[in-house]
Ligand binder design. Structure first.
Ligand code: BGC
Length: 721
């Protein structure tokens, strides 16, 4: 046989094989056709099985039809172990899954760099595939409403516009890798206090202007494939069985075409949940049953095991759920699976974890995340001039890569601030370390008096004292709120004592949300907010302190002077399992502006080692341009922020709202024209009577700021009807 003939025969064989394949197995057909074909082959029972997981992090596979399980892993800050609840997988002794730990969401948001968020998200998606997972449970886009929320660090801050931009960047990048993201937690999950029972009361305008936009952008701009419902109730109904959320808002108003997944242990009924628009209950199978049997699971208020095949078929038989509703849920799940290529993918994992590129990306991300809050001129440090450097504090020798709970990633390695400072300071520096105070809840090697005395003596004989304080996963994380806005026990006193011993005291904070600083802020020379900056935190801290990196992060959340200044204070955590969001749309800077309260550091604030000049503002209702020049001596990035001040409107409106931003990197002396596009959505408020958005005509003021309270240029335009 000639080789041509053999090839022809082979091609014919392949064609025959293709033709005998059922349409749903044919990758060249579109997803819709494949879904319909597969659905038509499924029995009632098989369809019912699809509505609940088969394990802790797997959906139900079907061997007869070759339907794979969707293999999930927690995110959003990297790929986390998927073998059990966070209580199990974050405990020592479980088989660890290691992956790159990127900075927390709040830190990524501080970069205001959507390109960076996209790169990190792509790397997370690639690592998911390398670890054999199809789906990553993130991003978290819930708004920081109060500084005490235990999960503030996971999300993108207090502003819906900023959170939306970050969410869209993350989701597009993950989906481009054909990994399934899951934007969470829909909706209004803004406190951990009684998270399984609390009924969040919010008016329609506030939902649409503050708590919905990031989800809406995820659906409408990024075409997100999966939305995770929240644990809490919203206006009287659990989010997992809330038709207003899952059907009217997501699907009817926003056009969502993906599927809804429940948060783990958040379901309390069968028919109401399915009929409200829930598609997939998690977790499922034996792991769910074992977990639900544990008294603490129910005590905490978890619910589950409601969408099992038995319960669904019973509900079908009794007419409480229709076959069409079940078919629709299965259709949505399958459509995402086909779109993501789950039926056509090799079952073996592809790609690598912890490559040099991923490490570098984690480092670049940390570099851009850090926010310099105060600098009297002590920074950047110069080891030639101040060689004796004391590094002190409970967060110096350990890396707090992230907050606690389901987002905590185990990296292969991490760089502590102490190591990062040693590396950045170079061989001329003499670095000495003292713990100063043990982290609250962690073992202390000596008495607190001894620890403090040692640190003070060290600070006294040093040229500079770097005090590294903050929180730890056991004190800030999922499942509980922070006790207060203050630093954990003993840390304020430590800062006081060190500041009194050394006038070049620099405070570095690793935490996921604002802390109170008023006791000591005036007595220290510099403050650097490091958030939880992932596995490369230490390198970034060292490089910013010594000037190899020019800080460029800006706050995605207002820092109040005290907790009582926070606009939602007094309406948190609620009473009798209800919390009224009485501050309405006046969350974060919107509230500080309205009540004319001076924050400690405003939204959008952050210092650089460079200075920037703003000029030539030009405005129209469609476009705003401005020239930015680096007037400093170092290359650096500035984050320009565009706020809009509305004309008098029929409803009360915030003094200003963020409607654009740009992160611009400039060499010394370099200048660049920066342009922002505007459209009517930027000018609109939500009219609760009309249930829609209104762009009120009138004169709008454009404010271009280096922060929300450092406005560098103003212009106006008129919006006519
Ligand atoms: C969290 C989710 C997480 C899920 C799975 C829940 O407790 O709220 O964010 O994705 O667990 O670990």
């Amino acid at each position: 046989m000639t080789s041509e003939l053999a090839l022809l025969l082979l091609a014919a064989l392949c064609l025959c094989a293709q033709e005998s394949l059922p349409p749903y197995k044919n990758p060249s057909l579109d997803a819709g056709r494949r879904v319909s074909d597969l659905l038509s082959r499924m029995t009632v029972r098989e369809k019912a099985e699809m509505l609940a997981g088969s394990g802790w992090m797997e959906s139900q596979p079907n061997a007869r039809l070759g339907i794979p399980a969707i293999k999930m892993a927690d995110g959003p800050l990297g790929v986390r172990n998927w073998r059990g609840s966070s209580a199990v997988t974050n405990a020592a002794g479980t088989v660890p899954v290691t992956a790159t730990a990127f900075p927390a969401g709040i830190a990524m948001a501080s970069s205001w760099d959507t390109g960076l968020v996209a790169h990190a998200a792509r790397a997370i998606a690639q690592e998911s595939k390398a670890l054999g997972r199809d789906m990553i449970l993130g991003p978290t886009v819930n708004i920081n409403r109060v500084p005490l929320w235990g999960r503030n660090f996971e999300g993108y801050g207090e502003d819906p516009f900023l959170a939306s931009r970050m969410a869209v960047a993350y989701i597009r990048a993950v989906q481009a890798e054909r990994v399934i993201p899951s934007v969470k937690h829909f909706a209004a999950n803004n406190e951990e206090y009684e998270r399984h029972r609390i009924d969040v009361k919010i008016d329609e305008r506030t939902l649409n202007e503050i708590y919905f936009p990031a989800f809406k952008a995820a659906v409408q701009e990024a075409g997100v494939w999966v939305v995770m419902s929240a644990y809490n109730k919203l206006n009287g109904l659990y989010c997992a069985e809330n038709p207003y959320l899952l059907t009217d808002t997501l699907r009817k108003r926003w056009g969502f075409r993906g599927f809804v997944i429940s948060d783990w242990g958040s379901t309390y009924s069968t028919a109401p949940t399915v009929n409200a628009g829930m598609d997939l209950e998690m977790p499922g199978g034996e792991p769910m049953r074992r977990w639900m049997d544990r008294p603490e699971t129910r005590r905490d208020g978890n619910g589950g095991g409601w969408l099992t095949a038995d319960k669904i078929t019973a509900a079908l038989a009794e007419g409480r759920v229709t076959q069409a509703t079940v078919d629709e849920a299965v259709r949505r799940i399958l459509r995402v699976m086909f779109t993501a290529g789950l039926f056509d993918r090799a079952s073996a994992p592809t790609g690598e974890v912890d490559t040099p590129e991923q490490r570098q990306l984690a480092r670049d991300a940390a570099n851009e995340s850090l926010v310099l809050l105060k600098n009297t001129g002590v920074l950047p440090l110069n080891a030639e001039k101040t060689p004796k450097i004391a590094v002190i504090g409970p967060n110096a020798a350990v890396t707090r890569t992230g907050g606690g709970g389901s987002s905590l990633v185990r990296p292969k390695y991490s760089v502590s601030p102490l190591d990062g400072i040693r590396e950045a300071a170079g061989p001329r520096a003499e670095i000495a370390y003292a713990l100063g105070v043990a982290m609250e809840g962690e073992d202390a090697p000596k008495s607190s008096r001894e620890l403090r005395a040692e640190a003070v003596a060290l600070a006294r004989r040093s040229d500079v004292a770097i005090i590294i304080v903050g929180y730890a996963p056991k004190l800030e994380g999922e499942g509980f709120d922070r006790k207060s806005m203050d630093l954990p026990a003993g840390q304020d006193d430590l800062i006081d004592a060190i500041a009194a011993a050394n006038r070049n005291s620099i405070v570095v904070v690793a935490a996921g949300a604002p802390i109170t600083m008023t006791h000591w802020i005036d007595r220290v020379a510099a403050v650097l907010y490091a958030w939880y900056a992932g596995q490369e935190a230490g390198h970034a801290i060292g490089d910013v302190l010594f000037g190899a990196v020019n800080p460029s992060g800006k706050l995605p959340v207002t820092f109040p002077k005290s907790l009582a200044d926070s606009p939602a204070w007094g309406h948190y955590p609620g009473e009798n399992l209800q919390v009224e969001y009485s501050e309405g749309i006046y969350v974060g800077y919107r509230g500080f502006d309205k009540h004319n309260v001076e924050p400690l550091f405003p939204f959008g604030y952050g210092l650089s080692y460079s200075t920037f000049a703003y000029s030539n503002l030009k405005v129209s209702p469609q476009r705003v341009t401005i020239r930015l020049r680096n007037t400093g001596a170092r290359a650096g990035a500035e984050v320009l922020q565009l706020y809009l001040q509305p004309p008098p409107s029929p409803v009360d409106r915030p003094l200003k709202e963020l409607k654009g931003f740009a992160r611009v990197m400039l060499q010394p002396g370099e200048s660049q024209s920066v342009s922002f596009a505007l459209d009517k959505s930027a000018m609109s408020y939500y009219d609760a009577n009309a249930h829609g958005w209104v762009a009120a005509p009138g004169r709008y003021t454009v404010l271009i700021g280096a922060s929300s309270r450092d406005i560098r240029a103003r212009g106006q335009f008129d919006l006519t009807k």
